[in-house]
Write a protein that binds this ligand. Sequence first.
Ligand code: NA7
Length: 524
Amino acid sequence: MVGAGFGGLCAIYRMRELGFSVRAIDRASDVGGTWFWNRYPGARCDTESIDYSFSFSEEVQQEWNWTERYAGQPEILRYLQFVADKFELRRHVQFNTVVDSIIFDDSSQLWRVSTQSGETIVSRYVIMASGVLSLPKKDAFPGLESFQGEVLHTSSWPAEGVDFSGKRVAVIGTGSTGVQSIPLIAKEAEQLLVFQRTANWSVPAGNRPLRPGEMDELRSTYPERREASRNALAGMPEQTSMGSALDHTDEDRRRFYEAAWADGGGPRFLRTFNDISRNPAANDTAVAFVSEKIALAVHDPAVAALLTPNDHPFGARRLCVDTDYFATYNRPNVRLINVREAPIQEFTPSGLRTADAEYEFDMVVLATGFDALTGPLLAPNIQGRHGQSLREKWAQGPVTFLGLMVHGFPNLFTVVGPGSPSALGNTVNSIEQHIGVIGTALEFARQKGTPVIEASAKAESEWTKRVAELAAPMLLSTTRSWYNGGNIDGKPNVVLLFTGGMGLYRTICNEEIAAGFPGFELSA
Ligand code: NA7
């Protein structure tokens, strides 16, 4: 398998349990995946820690204690290290190794996985647990190499940390990563310049330390929480929504929004009403409420206006959750620069030049995002039957069956791949569900004596159509973002996620299993 983050560790555990010999490859020097690399200040999960965790081991559930409502990166990494230690998973992982190509050999029906260090591993099954948001977007800022200061990427942050004190710092990017890191960098740096191209919607995270005894209380609710998560829209227990946003008086609607704002959390806010994500008029009520909150938080009305999104519906891009993001712009050492109006033209040795001004700084933090979902799967050269490459097959956008397999690429599984619920909700829940299906499929194939399993062309084309049809009425189809490839120039504009919800997706997979895998072809 490729990857030793949440997906890889879960896959190693399960496949070993099924009696397969397993070997995972990861480019990092230890387990953790996304949480190994994203060590930037403020890096934190936007799913509650109690839910963003493995359910496969009761021992882990009983032994591990979360300390905050939303765990930060160091705690999540410690959790994954704890799981790896407990089950001795590291002995199956080859670290510091980059996979270069994964080629199917038609005659032996086996995969040949080659690494950049020149090694080739022959394997019957390949599980791609290479992540969803793990391949940074490549930005070609002209002149960046001439910049004499320090260049930092949030997704490959130095393990020893970064000292911003006394420094003039620039941040490019105001997605979730920028929104999390900017308030903390602002507290340390002498001066912070934020280069914003698109303002993003954000709601308070409502993070806090767990109270004494709270972890024990939460622990006792694991059985119900896990069951609720498995059947919920976003893979986590959810608040009952108040129906349509349009079925309430202004006063009641405000009351419900205020309650969600005070509770904190993105999914909680989006679920206040059940039509925020699809009905433009309902969405407008969220736009009005949150715009007012931004105006209240930010003293300078011109800055507040610039921080208020005006080109996409509320939550149509990944909703950011923050701690004091908007109020950070009241600090005298923070300045917001609109690079939509005057784009960045080039870096200079001492900073950068936009269409209308020049800025000087000592360090730049690139928080410019990822080539999501398909990027990590297309980074290695994957070739299936008859030499067909995945890059060619997906040239117009990904086609999959269940986001898990691709016709022509037998025995290759894409964990939380495009066309599955993946990171639209709780990714750990999505991962465990996918590994569960893979395990069941491999057991089934073994019992039948047909070790080669492949998505059928028909199942693949029907699934791809269904994913597109479900996404079409969603407001997330109307704006460019990593949800639909719109954040990368030239990437096909296709919604990359199954938007029907985790509960429905799980039901579909369970039906497929119960019916004996009719969407798959099995052969000896
Ligand atoms: P995002 O959400 O894709 O945000 C990237 C940000 O970087 C966004 O504000 C972009 O502006 C900006 N950006 C990207 N390229 C440029 C250039 N060339 N010039 C100026 N600004 C640029 O990535 P994140 O890392 O914040 O979050 C990704 C996910 O990780 C997040 O949703 C969570 O699920 C976890 P743009 O919007 O393109 O105008």
